[in-house]
Design a protein around this ligand. Structure first.
Ligand SMILES: [Zn+2]
Length: 294
């Protein structure tokens, strides 16, 4: 009873002016974001039970398949729980889709957030409270979960590595851990696509697309040509604030997509109902078209 009520509400809020298939995608995005930002997950702070629930949710939603392998890549972190410094562990989730190709495209979204702000990362000045992190970054995780479902259906010239990172809010720890591991050295990386905070409509309704120096003009033009709805604003700078940056420092070609910082950024008010799921759908269409070009 409860499930069907939620499903009806999800559909209702996504219905106007989208086709049936897209409506499903819109509803699934919303369902993922709502689930990942729910109170029971306690804001998904790295190394906590709430974050483990987020990992469990992601694993439960993966399609996986014959060519796909899931790895849970655990690593140590220092954190603060109930006011005490503790050493604990967290993990990245890696889903490797092996197309038996030479090179690999890495798709990244971090699933950790600020928890109840136990180490003062919040922009909120009140007492420690739940930070649901709907846009930051349940939105990117939702996007990657749906991409993972669809990618195996097509023949591709690249392998795909879906990398769900932890420890991003504490200093890009999951991305740095990945880069220090043998997994990175074994891969020939064609591109790293990082999705972080892609759910909001600000005054400028476009997405920022940060392309680093590895991009040639024709490559950029190719992406531009696909962007018939003019969703993207390009920049050649490389912000340090998200998981693509350590890859960029290693000379890997990266693309960082984001709808940008907003007034609810790192505050308890970053909630699921404020996201623009239809805009996420449009970006999804563009990213799928782009990946199909390879
Ligand atoms: Zn953040």
């Amino acid at each position: 009873m409860r499930f069907s009520t939620i499903a009806i509400l999800l559909l209702w809020s996504c219905l106007p002016s989208v086709e049936a298939q897209q409506t499903d995608l819109c509803s699934r995005f919303k369902q993922h974001v709502q689930s990942l930002s729910a109170t029971e997950l306690d804001g998904r702070f790295s190394g906590t039970k709430g974050e483990t629930k987020a990992k469990d949710y992601i694993i439960s939603q993966l399609k996986l398949g014959r060519m796909t392998r899931l790895s849970i890549d655990s690593f140590a972190i220092d954190t603060v729980i109930l006011g005490h410094k503790v050493k604990t562990r967290t993990a990245n989730l890696r889903v490797f889709l092996n197309n038996k190709a030479d090179s690999t495209i890495i798709l990244i979204a971090h699933f950790d957030h600020l928890g109840i702000d136990s180490i003062g990362l919040s922009n909120f000045n009140g007492n420690p409270t739940l930070h649901p992190g709907a846009d930051d970054n349940a939105s990117g995780v939702a996007f990657l979960l749906e991409l993972e479902k669809e990618m195996e259906l097509k023949k591709a010239h690249y392998n795909y590595l879906f990398l769900f990172t932890s420890g991003e809010e504490m200093g890009l720890l999951g991305a740095k851990h990945f880069l220090s591991s043998a997994n990175f050295n074994r891969l020939k990386i064609k591109l790293v696509l990082n999705l972080d905070m892609i759910g909001r409509s600000n005054d400028n309704s476009k997405f920022m697309a940060y392309c680093t120096s590895g991009w040639t003009k024709p490559e950029k033009q190719e992406l531009l040509n696909l962007d018939t709805e003019k969703l993207l604003t390009f920049s050649e700078s490389c912000p340090k604030i998200s998981d693509h940056f350590p890859f960029h420092q290693k000379g890997v070609k990266t693309l960082f997509l984001t709808s940008g910082v907003h007034q609810d950024y790192h505050r308890p008010s970053d909630t699921f109902e404020k996201l623009d799921y239809k805009k996420m759908e449009k970006l999804y269409g563009l990213v799928m078209n782009y990946l199909r070009k390879f």
